[in-house]
Each structure stands twice: as C-alpha cells, then as structure tokens.
Design a protein around this ligand. Structure first.
Ligand SMILES: Cc1cc2nc3c(=O)[nH]c(=O)nc-3n(C[C@H](O)[C@H](O)[C@H](O)COP(=O)(O)O)c2cc1C
Length: 403
C-alpha cells in the first residue's frame, strides 16, 4: 500500500495536521463556532481580533456578498475586547483537542510597547500555544487615513506598513510571549513583502497576509449617495475579500515568499474557496492558507471533501509532502523581460461557428469581421492574441503553434 502524503506543517514547535486554517473573522468569535470548525476537520483557527484597550472602532456587522463580481465587502465590524478574547481562548483551548490549533489574534492600542508583550502573555497564560499579531486590518486607522479623517491611531494595516514601529512590536511580543508568533500583514499598500522579511528578522516565527484591499463597492449611478449596504446609509471604503481578490492575493504571497526566502513559514489568504484555489496559494509559496469568506457563506462542513481531494491530488501529482508543492511556481514565474512567446495563429473551424457575432467586433483585431451573417476570418492578419478563443461560445477558434 502506498503511504499517505504528509500534509502537515509546523510553526516552531506547533504542528498543524494540514495547511487549511479558518482565517480570523466573524466565523470564529464563539466557542461553539470554533468547536464546529474542529469537528469539520480544520487544522486550526485564528480567532477574531481582540483589541486592547477597548476597540476604538466597533460596530454591529454590515456585510455585502456581491455574487456577480464575486467579492465580499464590509466596513462595519465588531471586534472582541481583550477580556472576551481571553475567555474565548481559554475555553476553546480547553474544549478542543491538541490536534486542533487555537490561535488568538491581537492588537494593542496603548501608548507603551510593553503592553503588546503583556497582552500576548495573557493569551499564553490562557492556554494559547501560538499568538497572531493583527498588523493587517485595513478597516481601522488605515481606513481613516485613506478617507482623510484625522487620527492619531496607528493600528492594523497602518502599523504593519510602518517599517520602524512594526519590528519593535514583533520583537517585543516574540520575546515576551515565549511561544511562536505569527505576524499578519495587509496586502494593501504593497508593503507586505518587505514587512514579512522585516518581521522574520525581528523574531516572527511565521508571517502571513490578508489579501484584503480597501475598495469602493458598486455605485448606483441614479442614486449615487445611497451606498450598497443595508442598514448603513453611507458610502465607505470597505475591506474586500473572496474570489475576486485572489489574483492579487497570490501575487502578494509570491512576493512575500521571494522577499522572506525559503525558510520562512508563510500563511496566505484571499479568495480560497475550494481545492484548486487553495492549492494555488501553496503553489506560489504559502505553507498554509487562511480561509474566511467561504466559511461565512458556507460554514465549515465542506472541508472534509476538500481534504479528501487534496490527499488524492498530492498522490496523483507524486507529492510526498507539502514542501514538494510549496513554492513550485514561485521558482518558475518568469519576469516580463524573459517571456517566451510562441509563434502561431488562430484557426477557425467553420463547422463549429454559429455566426453569433461574439468575435466580430474585437477592437484590437483586424483579422475577424462579420459579413452577410457569417464570420469572415483572414489568418494573414491574425496577431495571435487569442481573444477570439476566449469570446467564442462554441469553441470554433483554437490557437495553433507554428514553426
Ligand atoms: C468580515 C471579515 C472580518 C475579518 N476580520 C478579520 C480580523 O478580525 N482579523 C484578521 O486578521 N483578519 C480578518 N479578516 C480577514 C480574513 O481573515 C482573511 O485574511 C481575508 O478576508 C482573505 O481571505 P478570504 O478571501 O478567504 O476571506 C476578516 C475578513 C472578513 C471578510
């Protein structure tokens, strides 16, 4: 019998059974939710952000999942107080098995640097084997400064993008906590690669990113001030997540891996929803993936099927351990200066063409037109961009290599 692939990875002395973790967010705010995640087989969960002193931005949640463009967006969100999160950590650590890793996530908003260490230590005393620093939330001071609101606060993404203050925080917490520390950064601002490398040098046992970007959601142009949220009557910059942000998230993962080097432990997130989208994160350099939005929309119980598929995938591909696929692509993504563009052109199978006209008006193409209800194609004018293949609903165009 062939041996099962080894899907585990470790951060310091903490081992995770597989690389799929629930990302910090609204699906991990109670012991009941955390236990449901464990029952469904997740390797661990980063629980909802705790802020001390009392969260300075705290609202009841107002979310939108925009099905068509496939992104989730929100500004209003409820955070946990330190006391709530400590109680949750203590109970979750007690009520889950050692095979499931409970990861408290925290931000300290006091004046003194030592406060970070003290808060982290309280989580360790509550039972945490690992602590995560939220240096990523774009909906705190980063949102305020992005909208021109004056603020003296320096939290979440603002702090994570600050290469002077952030390493002091990472160093202080790593020394005080005595357990591995994960530093989670924002994809917004494109500082995550530098931040990750800086955090590793300051003692972080693992680094990661949220994939999130602040965006302006769809606008009703007939009623532009209405906004899209229900029971929230303003337009705000919102934190985007879900499938639409995935290409940008993958790029952040890739760049963080390049910057931090092969030894760093890197957790990625942004738009993982199934086997393929989760494995993409690993292939560009992540050791593990946080998944949040999909757990909001579908709960936790879809994981066992994905885990089964993941094991089968690793076996099929001949991957014995995670290291075999982790970063496979990050070593093989070519620079624009090194492109290997192959000669060839589009070929039209007239038998398959329904003359629907989808390809007749491609603005950059002089090779295809429509006349008398049929597609007219001149291969001599084809520049082989392949847009016709993407637009054709019947598969009448294909690309053929020449030379
Ligand atoms: C509603 C919501 C709340 C979130 N809250 C937190 C948080 O408190 N701390 C944190 O580190 N990330 C938070 N995130 C970010 C997610 O953990 C995750 O990194 C990000 O959304 C990208 O992954 P996804 O596309 O699977 O959601 C939140 C995301 C959402 C959608």
């Amino acid at each position: 019998m062939t041996r099962s692939p080894d899907t585990s990875f470790s951060i310091g002395d903490v081992t995770f059974r597989h690389p799929f973790l629930v990302g910090s967010g609204p699906t991990v705010t109670t012991v009941d939710q955390i236990r449901r995640a464990e029952d469904a087989g997740w390797a661990g969960a980063s629980i909802k952000l705790a802020i001390e002193p009392f969260p300075y931005l705290n609202f009841p949640p107002r979310y939108r999942w925009l099905k068509k463009p496939r992104y989730h967006i929100f500004t209003a969100e409820r955070r946990l107080t330190a006391d709530e999160a400590l109680k949750l950590t203590e109970e979750a650590c007690r009520k889950t098995s050692p095979g499931f890793v409970v990861i408290p996530t925290m931000t300290y908003d006091g004046e003194d640097l030592e406060g970070w260490g003290r808060l982290a230590r309280r989580f360790v005393d509550a039972g945490a084997r690992i602590v995560e620093l939220n240096l990523c939330c774009p909906n705190m001071s980063f949102n305020l400064s992005s909208t021109g609101a004056s603020t003296t606060k320096h939290t979440g993404a603002s702090l994570g993008n600050d290469m002077e203050e952030m390493p002091k925080v990472v160093r202080t917490v790593s020394e005080a906590a005595g357990v591995p520390v994960i530093a989670k950064f924002s994809a917004d601002g494109n500082m995550a690669p530098l931040a990750g490398r800086t955090a590793v040098r300051a003692g972080a046992a693992a680094i990661g990113h949220n994939g999130n970007l602040l965006g302006i959601p769809d606008i009703d142009i007939r009623d532009p001030l209405k906004g899209i949220y229900r029971l929230q009557d303003q337009i705000t910059l919102g934190c985007m997540s879900g499938p639409a942000i995935r290409p940008l998230a993958l790029r952040t993962t890739y760049q963080m891996r390049q910057a931090a080097g092969p030894e760093a432990v890197l957790i990625s997130s942004g738009g993982a929803t199934d086997l393929a989208s989760s494995v993409e994160h690993l292939l560009v350099g992540a050791d593990a993936v946080w998944i949040c939005t999909e757990t909001m929309l579908r709960g936790f119980d879809w994981l066992p099927k994905m885990l089964e598929e993941f094991t089968a995938y690793m076996r099929d591909m001949g991957f014995a351990r995670l290291a075999d696929l982790r970063g496979l692509l990050s070593r093989n993504i070519a620079a624009a200066s090194e492109l290997n563009v192959l000669p060839g052109r589009a070929v039209l199978d007239e038998g398959k063409c329904s003359a629907c006209g989808a390809c007749w008006n491609i603005g950059h193409c002089c090779a295809i037109t429509g006349a008398e209800g049929r597609t007219v194609y001149d291969p001599e004018l084809c520049r082989a961009c392949s847009t016709c293949v993407d637009l054709c609903p019947t598969g009448a165009f294909r690309m053929e290599r020449s030379g």
